[in-house]
Write a protein that binds this ligand. Structure first.
Ligand code: 9MR
Ligand code: ZN
Length: 553
């Protein structure tokens, strides 16, 4: 028996105030005094393909009165409590950004900002250039990628990409201060936090524009605090994946920080141009694989066309801002688009969606009608596919069974980003299209925050049943019971990849049920910077709409 709700809550004026329940019948919505404020019946039965159960939707969308509530069935079973109110995602949104501060490497975390989660400065030694005897690199800084202490260019670029686009589109969602060292400096804290990563990325660029793929140890550290991890770190070889993502990210960031800190923006612009030159000189893919025997993150990727597409899109906009001819970049875009590349994803393997974001949110329409049209068509087709998918399961998920991979929660939120982009595109969508997209986006966030078959909220510290045991070295080693708030779990994985998960989850378990809140389960319950940033984009969308009073013209 289960009553599954968004454990954080629902916007009073928002769409889709729904729970999913496993027993049909009559339910009451009660306030904390136990008074019934609404009563209603479940909808028709749905055989859910994602969790393998028969479930029912419960729609209490007519309730608008702000308050704290729970749902109760005829037999006295209760749901977790939740809020109905205004701007209900502010707390989780800000915590998911603040979480990145806790990943800062190369500095101490101080009590003023970190509360109990302090540690001494970590990973302060220079790194060795892998395979080049005696050559070192000073590349302190940046965010630890995830539960491990590695720092990698491609996921870093994607994280910053999610955050900068969210900031550009929904600045109203980034006004609160996050209590980080730079707070109150007159710059939005999301930009302060991203700068910490960008400064590190700049150190990873070689003089010839090449960018090292990653900075990690040979093997993952044991579960110790970062300052106790004394293994040597290496800058591993240059990859075209890293160079192109770096180029895109720096070109994008130089536009965003223009007017915030001109000198910093100029440095990033120069870095972007240098890496673009490298890409032009090196047209063949230069991919990345870990050297034999090394087990730190790989972020291997079989193709670099999508990374080059993103780089070309951002360089095109940079050129336009500078009044330069953007023709070369446009040509590259056209050439890659002609191959039929998918342009609707926003993960580290497939970044072409960022090119769509760049082109379709560019008010200057630099790409021109033809290229814009290709992106627009692809985004609308994918949005329609996702809306259709959302009608085929009980949770309104824009997901199919095979989408539940390692880090499935980012698939969930990246689909939210795609639908958000479909809402923002200039052109033909009607208000009713937008309303449908928004409802599906809401359902993805409901899932993340507890309306799913596991009953967990997948964000630490948010919800009565938030997961508590992320695969995160600092949390495992710091002796503090609770993890810091605001970490998005990787989530259910239909193809479990760690020893405990493989042992505990019987083969054939429906994918949404393939989850354990166990620290050992890195293939189900790790956290990463880019799973957070993707979720931040979606809460920014939901909040931004709320704060600016709804759909923009
Ligand atoms: O997020 C990555 C996931 O998509 C891959 O399936 C998995 C295995 O290759 O690796 C994940 O990335 C990990 C990275 O390699 C190292 N830092 C932790 C990341 C999250 O588990
Ligand atoms: Zn560190």
């Amino acid at each position: 028996m289960a009553i599954m709700v968004n454990q954080v809550g629902y916007e009073a004026e928002g769409p889709g105030k729904k729970a999913v329940v496993s027993r049909p019948g009559s339910y009451a919505l009660k306030n904390m005094a136990g008074e019934t404020v609404w009563q209603g019946e479940t909808g028709t039965a749905v055989q859910d393909p994602l969790c393998g159960e028969t479930l029912y939707s419960l729609d209490f969308g007519s309730v608008r009165a702000a308050g704290k509530y729970y749902l109760e069935d005829g037999q006295g079973e209760r749901s977790d409590t939740f809020i109905i109110g205004r701007d209900v995602y502010a707390g989780v949104h800000n915590a998911m950004i603040k979480a990145l501060y806790f990943q800062r490497c190369g500095c101490a975390l101080e009590e003023t900002y970190a509360g109990p989660y302090i540690h001494a400065a970590c990973h302060m030694e220079d790194s060795q250039i892998y395979g080049v005897e005696g050559q070192t690199l000073e590349a302190r800084g940046g965010w630890h990628d995830a539960g491990d202490y590695g720092r990698y260019i491609t996921p870093g670029a994607v994280t910053v990409g999610h955050l900068l686009y969210a900031y550009k589109l929904y600045p109203g969602a980034f006004e609160e201060e996050l209590n980080i060292p730079e707070s109150s400096n007159g710059v939005a804290d999301v930009l302060n936090e991203c700068r910490y990563e960008l400064e590190w990325m700049l150190k990873m660029q070689r003089k010839d524009g090449g960018v090292y793929h990653k900075l990690t140890a040979w093997s993952h550290a044991p579960f110790v605090m970062p300052e106790e991890d004394k293994d040597p770190f290496y800058a591993y070889s240059v990859s075209s994946l890293a160079v192109a993502d770096f180029c895109a990210c720096m070109a994008l960031a130089s536009g965003v920080y223009h007017g915030v800190d001109q000198a910093f923006a100029d440095r990033m612009e120069a870095a972007a141009r240098l890496s673009w030159q490298w890409l032009e000189k090196n047209p063949e893919p230069l991919l990345f694989a870990n050297p034999e025997g090394s087990n730190t993150g790989e972020y291997g990727d079989g193709a670099d066309a999508d990374e080059r597409l993103w780089a070309a899109a951002e360089m095109m906009l940079l050129a336009a801002r500078k009044g330069e001819n953007a023709g070369t970049y446009r040509d590259v875009l056209r050439k890659i688009l002609d191959t039929g590349l998918k342009v609707t994803d926003f993960g580290w393997t497939d970044v072409a969606g960022f090119a769509a974001l760049a082109v379709l949110t560019d008010s200057g329409k630099t790409a021109g009608e033809e290229i814009q049209g290709v992106f627009r068509k692809a985004v609308l087709a994918e949005a329609e596919r996702l809306v259709h998918l959302s009608t085929e399961n009980a949770f309104g998920m824009a997901m199919e069974a095979e989408d539940f991979c390692w880090g499935s929660n980012m698939v969930v939120t990246n689909r939210g980003i795609l639908l958000a982009l479909a809402c923002e595109m200039p052109g033909e969508q009607t208000a009713s299209f937008r309303a449908r997209y928004r409802e599906v986006i809401q359902a993805q966030i409901d899932y993340l925050l507890g309306k799913n078959i596991t009953g967990y909220s997948f964000v630490t510290g948010f919800g009565e049943h938030a997961y508590r045991y992320p695969h995160l070295r600092t949390t495992a080693a710091d002796g503090i019971d609770d993890p810091m708030a605001g970490w998005v779990s990787g989530g259910p994985n239909g193809r479990p990849g760690d020893e405990l998960a493989i042992r505990m989850i019987p083969a054939g378990t429906p994918p949404m049920k393939c989850y354990l809140d166990r620290e050992e389960c890195y293939s189900l319950n790790e956290m990463t910077i880019y799973w957070n940033s993707s979720a931040v984009f979606v809460t920014a969308f939901l909040r931004g709409r709320e704060l600016t009073g709804g759909v923009k013209a």
